[in-house]
Write a protein that binds this ligand. Structure first.
Ligand SMILES: *Cc1c(COP(=O)(O)O)cnc(C)c1O
Length: 391
């Protein structure tokens, strides 16, 4: 008889195989192919300190969470995966474990508004400093670092919502030359399209709420990295500050991840079709999508990503047209967030990016962001046309 007990994970190489099998070995006691959700908060000990699986208490460790962390680490090609209750909780743990008062973060000028808010308004009062720069302009980054080094370089690529592309390898080289930790928020691309650690980044941050979970039904976050010392610090804060992901959240995320590569393929194909359609329509002022030859980061994106992703932004004539468009689609539901199987439309200025209005991170008020779902692309194109017809 073939021995199947060593687990399918050991035979998984490609990202599609890892998504299905990493950390997902069948239950050894029952043979259940899907590992159970472990709700227990505490674990029986065989004599004092005699832990059967290394588990002691639900905040310090949980097998369902371990399964998710193994899967995330495998997908990003990192040694350590650490999961949290939300993307911001993951960011907070990383920032607080790495920074000390007086340290500075050099932040991309179009990162997620909540990241800016966390650093400026939560960590700022504790002495953490912040500078903002256009990370897609490596000359500007080099000049900023020459002026004063930073402890952390933090970038999102593609960025939100203008889909700017930053050269991760180039940024890593600049950061490492001044001893900075280079952090990439890989939420928009997901590891199915881009693997920042392989390009030289030190830490990958995720809001698993988006593409990784993929079904708009679970909030979560994660860090993936290679460095043992940084990982130990972040894991200590996961335990000591306690923003852990709950068992059911972790399980839902692992289930979502199994179809990530398939979903990203469909999201990308449909987004490309919509971006080309919008650009060719002559009815919008500008289309932002890295898969378009007209996008300034197109060639770089083609080099460091395997596909261009599921987010398309468009600029209309003015704020009123943008608002009208966002309120006119039917299949694209008007809502915050992104990355789910269902298509969503968002008006950044008053929704996702309202907290950065009036700052260096403000989004032009004529911009609308589409999160292209996995519905029939013909229906999505018709929906976009219907909204354009109402302008
Ligand atoms: C949503 C998001 C976050 C924050 O994650 P939460 O899970 O909402 O805490 C961080 N970065 C990006 C790019 C996001 O889209």
């Amino acid at each position: 008889m073939t021995d199947h007990t060593s687990g399918a994970h050991s035979a998984a190489r490609g990202i599609e195989s890892l998504a299905v099998h990493a950390g997902q070995a069948f239950d050894p006691t029952t043979g259940a192919v899907i590992p159970p959700v472990h709700f227990s908060t505490t674990y029986a000990q065989d004599g004092i300190g005699g832990l059967r699986g290394g588990y002691e208490y639900g905040r310090s460790g949980n097998p369902t969470r371990t399964a998710l962390e193994t899967q995330l680490a495998a997908l990003e090609g990192g040694r350590h995966g650490i999961s949290f209750a939300s993307g911001l909780a993951a960011e907070d743990a990383l920032l607080r474990s790495v920074l000390t008062p007086g340290d500075e973060v050099l932040l991309g000028d179009d990162v997620y508004g909540g990241t800016y808010r966390l650093i400026a308004r939560v960590l700022g009062p504790w002495g953490v400093k912040l500078r903002v720069v256009d990370m897609s302009d490596l000359g500007a980054v080099a000049a900023a670092l020459e002026e004063r080094p930073a402890r952390i370089l933090w970038v999102e690529t593609p960025s939100n919502p203008l889909l700017r592309i930053t050269d991760i390898a180039g940024l890593a080289a600049l950061g490492h030359a001044v001893g900075a930790l280079v952090v990439v928020d890989n939420t928009f691309a997901s590891p199915a399209l881009q693997r920042p650690l392989s390009l030289g980044a030190d830490v990958v941050v995720h809001s698993t709420t988006k593409y990784l979970g993929g079904h708009s039904d679970v909030v979560g976050g994660a860090l993936v990295l290679d460095d043992d010392t940084v990982a130990e610090g972040a894991r200590f804060l996961q335990f000591a500050a306690g923003a852990v992901s709950g068992p059911l959240d972790a399980w839902l995320t692992t289930r979502g991840i199994k179809t990530l590569p398939l979903r990203m393929q469909r999201h990308s194909e449909s987004a490309q079709a919509i971006a080309e359609h919008l650009e060719g329509s002559g009815r919008v002022a500008r289309v932002y999508y890295p898969g378009l030859a007209s996008h300034p980061g197109h060639e770089l994106a083609a080099r460091q990503m395997t596909r261009f992703g599921g987010i398309v932004s468009l600029a209309l004539e003015d704020a009123a047209s943008a608002r009208r468009f966002a309120e006119s689609t039917r299949l694209f539901q008007l809502a915050e967030s992104l990355g789910g199987v269902e298509s969503l439309v968002n008006y950044p200025d008053a929704m996702t990016h309202a907290s950065v209005r009036g700052t260096a991170l403000a989004v032009p008020e004529e911009v609308v962001r589409l999160s292209v779902g996995i519905e029939s692309v013909d229906d999505l194109l018709a929906d976009v046309d219907g909204a354009l017809a109402k302008l």
